[in-house]
Design a protein. Sequence first.
Length: 167
Amino acid sequence: QAMREHGHKGYVTGQLLRISLLDGRTEFINAGHPWPLRIRNSQVREITPKVDMPFGFDAPHSYRVQSLDLRPGDRLVMLTDGMLEHNAGNLNLSDLIVRTRALHPREAARTLIAAVVDANDGHLQDDATVMCLDWHGTNHSQRDAATGADLTDASQPSRTGRTTPGR
């Protein structure tokens, strides 16, 4: 409804994710988007929540708020359909997610996107977007959100310009 009220014509697929930093409970809405992938114990699994209509349709529709099973140590990878289309379908994303597990989430996302761009010879027909989230649980971090990212977990650049896992 908000999209229509702001003059947007058409529809948009998307996902909304809310994680309580108090108890780790998750709430998730999938509006016509590809299913997220979760790596746990070195195994990648597709999370298969119920999929609702994309955002922006005129027809009355409510969205199902679902829970996701996130545990400390999990990495959640949410991606757009552009990561799966065209020649990107030839990539083994699960294998690449496992191989980039030791990288900082930002660097893992960059590596996944670069692989899709390379598979399509630099010419994408659709957006290729990735959001990569490492869940450490509710009692892990002592970070102060007002001071920005904690760089101690960031991947370190190598001499070749590629990133290597941090600590």
